[in-house]
Design a protein around this ligand. Sequence first.
Ligand code: HEC
Length: 333
Amino acid sequence: MSNNRTLTSLINDANNFSCRVVILFSMILVPITAANMADAATASAEISGHAATPQSTPSATTPVSPEQERLYLIQVLQKRIPGTNPNDWVVGGGAFEPGVQATPLNADNATNSADILAIGKKLWDRKFVDGKSLANCFPNGGKRVAAAYPQFDTATKQVVTFEFAINRCLQLHGEVPIDYANAAVIGPLSAYGKSLADGQKLAVRVAGQGARDRYEAGRRWFQQRIGQKDFACASCHVLRAGEQFERAGLAPAVGQAVTWPRIQPGGSIRTLQAQFQRCMLRSGAEPFAVGSDEFNNLEYYLAYMSNGLPLKPLAITTSAAAPTATALTTTPK
Ligand code: HEC
């Protein structure tokens, strides 16, 4: 991430939206420094309509509660895409590709999905050397628990994604943890574990200062412009939500976290954090590793923004669009 550029904020004053877009796309590049991070927090505070003092640390300038931010973001996105609501957004960017419906399960990927779940179940039920299995590490054997992830672990002060919790269980029982980049293994396992909470409303909690700091770190990554293209996640998934990038529809930030993992064209699996990597490449930035603190924090923020929406692993097929960055297909409004 050494080539990362500036820090700017984006999430926005819904009443002054077009103006914000112009500001976003005309910001001057500056390298990332601690001071800039504080600036970003300040800017976020301003656009959220709450005053913040420039001297404050990011966590001290926290403008609004995560819940207020979620509701505010929904309002902003509804201005972008009138007549829609978060339940419409969970189907992903495909909804904004003319002629292409968000790909629901058809006969082919229904078969894929059943196969993936069967592989996942085998891995989930596998007995460890000590005779236990993954079910022993989760309340209710894992039923209805995945909707409460990511979680903040007060002991280690880390964000624990559902996949992280799986690996922590393996380690606790003397088993070899799974490489997060190995989507062929962690994908089916995560899909199966999440299927035990299928349809449960996402209920991510951010309670206490430690959790809040992680959430804020994720929020900053979402709003920070990065890479040669100088895009923030929010450039595409808030300011351009409902538009297209290289013919791929841009899904709104609210609703992005509930339908993972996804099946890729061809039947393989994509995890949420592998999607983050695709999008960083798109911005011309060197992606963080899957399972990194940066991505875990980012997932924590993004998942919170999807709170209340039903968890649906494997529900849709990913877009096949290549993650190369050129120009946005529409000009800033
Ligand atoms: C230049 C525009 C652009 C930027 C910047 C961008 N994305 Fe994306 N994103 C896309 C496109 C296009 C897709 C459609 C799927 C694909 O081809 O990868 C997508 C898909 C996604 C999805 C799946 C969305 C869905 O519901 O269909 C997630 C999650 C996501 N991006 C997260 C992020 C995060 C996190 C960042 C910041 C690190 C980010 N994106 C930055 C363009 C962008």
